[in-house]
Design a protein around this ligand. Structure first.
Ligand SMILES: [Mg+2]
Ligand SMILES: [Zn+2]
Length: 186
């Protein structure tokens, strides 16, 4: 049986985005995020983080530092009973023209293949236009959060580029998803 997933941007969606975060000590969850992820887990969705981390290509931090950040993030969630199913990131510079950087759906498609995810019944949540485009490129429904760069993004996304839903924060996004998914495929 295919499963539903929620793909999450990291910076500005899960944690405060100071710009090119490379120091694990500065990783800080946004308010309500842990509770929101608990609800997603309880609702039976797979949870993946899908992040552009060009700070690596720019030489601001290395993969080891990024791994430490993700280990800390995962451990804090595990302590609350939330297991992430995967953390995917693109380490490349935008100018490299790699295949994985959002808005490419490559990271989402890789997770979907590995975990047999029904993308049409799944969701992408993020705070930037590239997140909304990634979700759309992967065939998911999309939610823009107004945390991080979300306020600016909301003003820039017009017409067909708009997300399926705009939420104040991850908690509101999850509440909408649980509502929609509950009415849909289950
Ligand atoms: Mg972001
Ligand atoms: Zn890449």
């Amino acid at each position: 049986m295919k499963r539903t997933a929620v793909f999450l941007d990291r910076d500005g969606t899960i944690n405060i985005d100071p710009g090119y975060l490379g120091d694990p000590d500065r990783f800080q969850f946004l308010p309500g995020v842990i509770e929101a992820l608990k609800r997603l887990r309880a609702a039976g969705h797979l949870i993946f983080v899908v992040s552009n981390q060009s700070g690596i290509a720019r030489g601001f931090f290395d993969r080891e530092a990024l791994d430490r950040i993700h280990d800390r993030m995962s451990a804090a969630l595990e302590a609350e009973g939330v297991t992430l199913d995967g953390v995917y990131y693109c380490p490349h510079h935008p100018d490299e023209g790699c295949a994985c950087r959002k808005p490419s759906p490559a990271m989402v498609l890789e997770a979907a293949r590995r975990y047999k995810v029904d993308l049409e019944a799944s969701f992408f949540i993020g705070d930037r236009a590239s997140d909304i485009q990634t979700g759309r490129n992967a065939g998911c429904r999309t939610v823009l959060v107004l945390t991080g760069a979300g306020g600016e993004t909301a003003r820039s996304l017009t017409g067909a580029r708009r997300p399926d839903y705009v939420a104040g924060n991850l908690g509101e996004a999850v509440a909408w998803i649980i509502n929609v998914a509950g009415k849909g495929t289950q």
